[in-house]
Design a protein around this ligand. Structure first.
Ligand code: ADP
Length: 315
């Protein structure tokens, strides 16, 4: 009991563990509130015994109460922050396990079919190729998820390494469009692209910029309706390169717009359950673009579609 009480006073270790600043950390604020209450009580005693005026006593007691209420509200905010982090963690674990479960089961199921299929007539090479293709796809999905998660962790810890190199963004857009043709064809989504220049020199990390395209173009296809289309544009405007990708898919409800670039955010519509994802793609894209001096924004209406933009300074 006493050890637990004394433990509360090791607030620096505890606050570090929660990842909270001192003035957001409930343990520290609680200690401060205790100290301020003691000082205030002693102060009131002196004021009232020296000046013995009712008005002064009432004034000092009121001031103390206001001060204690301010500290109290900071404690509540600190506790809310810890609770929010806890909810986020739980949500994260549930999303991860849920999302990893489907591709893992697909791998297992396909592998079992290959292993147990004994009748050569039943298991033609063509069929095996389809199973192997499924395994490959699931693996790629998992790999992307894990790679993105690792990158998020690196960025959050300030450990991400960014290469600084001049490269042609127009070429990268063309490559990404070609990489996504397979995924788009599967969903019968048409990709239209208007790249207004051959040379769009920007400075940054080309590999990481590829991740930005993977997430923005990937989302546009993922959240498109079957047999829809997406439009990709690359243009120059006021010394900047502007990229945009538009879809006419599920869209994002207005009340959730402010949360779209938050970590682990997924809209609360049925697309959350119909599509793969853990809600880190846009968080990652924003972090990468910000590092390269760029900006990302979007316009969207639920049920009508979305358009995501980013701008980068040219060199
Ligand atoms: P996810 O892996 O879930 O797609 P993102 O960070 O890429 O994660 O996107 C966060 C959320 O924003 C998505 O879960 C989705 O709800 C919403 N979103 C992103 N892009 C689009 C889009 N083009 N159309 C509709 N919703 C989108």
């Amino acid at each position: 009991m006493l050890a637990k009480f004394l433990d509360d006073f090791r607030f620096i270790t505890t606050c570090k563990k929660y990842g909270l600043g001192l003035w957001q950390c409930p343990n520290f604020l609680f200690l401060m509130m205790g100290l301020i209450t003691i000082v205030a009580m002693v102060g009131t005693f002196f004021v009232s015994s020296r000046f013995a005026s009712e008005g002064t006593t009432v004034m000092s007691v009121t001031l103390e109460v206001v001060f204690i209420m301010i500290i109290g509200s900071s404690i509540i905010r600190g506790v809310e922050k810890v609770a929010e982090a806890n909810i986020m963690k739980t949500e994260f674990i549930s999303i991860i396990s849920h999302q990893m479960c489907s591709p893992l089961s697909a791998i297992k199921w396909n592998m079992e079919v290959i292993e147990t299929e004994s009748d050569p007539k039943e298991c033609l090479p063509e069929k095996q190729a389809v199973f192997l293709q499924n395994i490959k796809k699931s693996n790629e999905q998992m790999l992307k998820m894990v790679t993105d998660l690792l990158e998020v962790a690196r960025i959050d810890q300030g450990k991400a390494v960014f290469e600084e190199k001049i490269f042609n963004l127009a070429d990268l857009v063309k490559e990404s469009v070609s990489d996504f043709q397979g995924m788009a064809a599967e969903k019968k989504v048409k990709i239209e692209s208007q790249i207004e220049m051959d040379q769009a020199s920007v400075c940054g990390d080309e590999k990481k910029m590829r991740v930005v395209f993977d997430n923005l173009i990937g989302n546009a296809i993922k959240y498109s309706k079957e047999e829809g289309k997406i439009e990709i544009k690359l243009r120059r405007d006021d010394g900047k390169i502007i990229f945009s990708v538009q879809d006419w898919g599920v869209g994002i409800p207005r009340f959730q717009h402010s949360k779209v670039f938050e970590k682990f955010f997924r809209t609360k519509n049925e697309s959350r359950y119909r599509t793969d994802g853990v809600g880190i793609g846009l968080y990652l894209a924003k972090a990468i673009l910000r590092h390269c001096g760029g900006k990302v924004w979007f316009e969207s209406e639920a049920g009508e579609g979305s358009i995501f933009y980013f701008s980068l300074p040219t060199v």
